[in-house]
Design a protein around this ligand. Structure first.
Ligand code: NAP
Length: 209
């Protein structure tokens, strides 16, 4: 499938692009500025310029599926969290619906399904993710929502806990998040499902069923 990766220049996004390419898919990397293009061209990966705060509809032409891995980051204020993580994601779902994609995979966050449990510093972020996830679920677009725990830059270990809900909090390498997302993208079992995800004992292929 031709897969649009929104947030392709991000730390998880880059792993996703590489893993799509290593597998059976053709990634299309959506980036915000032209300086970010050469690194993908070197990989022979198609790029498209798109900013979630502007009109990015053209990015969706000819794509079969979408992975949303963008986010405003921890250094911006609540305004950007709402504009990118919430409204940007909602706009992306609308475009995906318009273009009739096969699957929309949302990189969300652990506890986004229980935003009221967040501490004051993170509550707005969890509510933004929650709102985007709920919008996707009710959109009619076939979806998979992945809610990882804290992301690390350790190399992937390929062993995860992937469950509807996990009560313990935990960490997971960004590489394993990317690997999981790419597997779930074309898994019929993952259609219209949401998962919490942290590192665990189960080999990824087993966890995915
Ligand atoms: P990241 O490195 O900050 O990547 C975020 C990407 O979003 C960047 O490539 C950024 O573009 C892009 N982006 C931001 N604003 C945009 C806009 N207006 N239009 C288009 N793209 C835009 O984040 P990460 O570490 O890969 O994590 C990905 C996501 O996982 C986070 O955003 C967060 O929601 C979620 N998450 C994080 C944690 C954690 O522990 N950090 C835990 C659970 C879930 P530029 O490259 O141009 O800046």
């Amino acid at each position: 499938m031709k897969v649009l990766v929104i947030g392709a220049n991000g730390q998880v996004g880059k792993h996703i692009v590489q893993k799509l390419k290593d597998g059976e898919h053709q990634p299309v990397a959506m980036v915000r500025n032209s300086d970010q293009i050469p690194q993908f061209e070197e990989l022979n990966v198609q790029t498209v310029i798109g900013d979630l705060e502007k009109d990015f509809e053209s990015a969706f032409h000819g794509v079969d599926a979408v992975i949303f891995a963008a986010g405003s980051g921890a250094d911006t204020g609540a305004d950007k969290t709402i504009l990118i993580d919430q409204e940007g994601a909602i706009k992306a779902v609308d475009r995906a619906k318009h273009f009739g994609v096969y699957r929309f995979v949302m990189l969300s966050s652990m506890a986004a399904d229980r935003p009221h449990l967040g501490t004051d510093g993170i509550k707005h972020y969890l509510y933004a993710k929650h709102r985007a996830d709920e919008y996707l679920k009710s959109s009619g677009v076939p979806y998979t929502i992945v809610r990882p725990g804290s992301l690390t830059n350790e190399p992937g270990i390929g062993k995860v806990r992937l469950q509807d809900h996990i009560n313990d909090f935990g960490e997971i390498p960004r590489e394993d998040v990317a690997e999981t997302i790419v597997h779930l993208l074309s898994s019929p079992r993952a259609e219209n499902k949401s998962f919490d995800l942290i590192s665990g004992e189960q080999p990824l292929e087993e966890a995915l069923g």
